[in-house]
Design a protein around this ligand. Structure first.
Ligand code: TXA
Ligand code: MG
Length: 345
């Protein structure tokens, strides 16, 4: 069984020691908990895929430490040895540099041309590699002390709800990993937004997430190319291999509706309700209701999304009925993306 340790000196020492030996450790980030292992170690990468039961076609994000001194962020990224950016035009380089300067550290992942020698396991053999600089101080301290990038997918079994607390990680992977570093509940609550640079030098949205796409577009000065659709037609698959329709799924069936108030709900089956505002009156005994926000805040809703879904995915509840986020901009985009995938099976 995994030990859950506090993110203090002793806990972080233990995490660094295990990671240095190519073992895997669950660590907090500001988005969700990650299952970390050295990004250039095939042994650690295989252990990550195996613990998550994740298919090898689904590549991982490499996480980077904050630069110790003020530097050009793109030079810093290049020196980490994962990307090969020599073929890019000065304009494209400037755009990437500007984007990363604005939003790193934080919930933005960028997918850039990979350097030869980066393990195929990390990128699933794709020509690009995904990079992120997490904002969580515990993730940063571990990265800084190790001095090498860490691969870290969300610390859940493949296809399941991402964990936003140490207890949720234990529920998912407790019997499969040695250590969970408890950094408290994750502030953002949904995964990073993923943007890829394509062959034409355009920025493509691969996953909506904790950084609003509008903020990215305002910074770039051009709209993102949208390519987040779940694969169905085959062609999309290599572009965003992890974006499968059925993902973030609770064990119970999840029904997604525009309005709970306007829905005829089962009258006897124990159900869980996930709403965007507290109910007007207390629900009947067979209904457990959780509101994602009490004050119409998208940040609060995103922060609570996976924790509430997980709380409703328990006996005696047999079905979950969730409301679509009425706001589709900002974090509403990511929230609806996760709810739609959770409802798909
Ligand atoms: O917020 C996050 O990004 C969290 C925390 C732990 O950092 N990590 C995370 O990782 O969500 P994961 O593995 O659960 O999701 C990563 C997504 C997958 O859908 C994967 O397909 C995509 O990133 N991805 C990774 N490398 C890629 C690449 N080279 N090209 C295209 N997509 C890539
Ligand atoms: Mg994941």
């Amino acid at each position: 069984m995994a030990s859950i340790v506090a993110a203090d000196r002793v806990g972080i020492d233990r995490a660094v020691e295990l990671l240095g030996r190519d073992e895997i450790v669950a660590i907090p980030t500001e988005t969700v908990y990650g299952l970390a292992g050295r990004a250039l170690s095939e042994k650690a990468l295989l252990a990550i895929f195996s613990a998550k039961e994740r298919p090898l076609f689904d590549p991982l994000i490499a996480h980077l430490a904050l630069p110790r001194h003020t530097v050009n962020i793109l030079d810093y990224v290049e020196r980490r040895g994962l990307v090969e950016l020599d073929a890019l035009s000065p304009e494209v380089r400037d755009s990437i540099d500007d984007l990363l300067s604005a939003f790193w550290p934080g919930p933005l992942t960028i997918v850039l041309p990979r350097r030869a020698g980066v393990p195929d396991l990390l990128t699933a053999g794709l020509p690009r590699v995904a990079l992120r600089m997490p904002a969580h101080p515990v993730a940063q301290e571990i990265l800084e002390r190790l001095g090498v990038p860490l691969a870290a997918p969300s610390a859940n079994r493949f296809g399941r709800i991402s964990p936003t607390t140490a207890a949720a990680v234990a529920e998912e992977l407790g019997d499969r990993i040695p250590l969970i570093v408890d950094g408290g509940p994750c502030r953002v609550g949904v995964e990073s937004t993923i943007v890829a640079l394509d062959d034409e030098g355009r920025f493509v949205l691969l996953r909506a997430g904790g950084l609003a796409t509008e903020k990215i577009e305002a910074r770039l000065g051009v709209p993102l190319v949208h390519r987040t659709a779940a694969p169905g037609g085959g062609d999309d698959r290599p572009e965003a291999p992890g974006q499968l329709a059925s993902h973030y799924a609770p064990a119970r069936p999840l029904h997604l509706v525009d309005s709970i108030a306007a829905t005829a709900l089962p009258t006897a089956t124990p159900i869980g309700l996930l709403t965007f505002a507290p109910l007007a009156s207390p629900p009947p005994a067979h209904v457990t209701a959780l509101a994602l926000t009490t004050r119409g805040s998208l940040e609060e809703a995103a922060h609570n999304l996976f924790a509430h879904l997980r709380a409703l995915d328990r006996p005696p509840i047999e079905q979950i009925w969730a409301e679509r986020c009425p706001v589709t901009t900002g974090l509403g985009h990511a929230i609806n993306d996760r709810l739609t995938r959770a409802a798909s099976r």
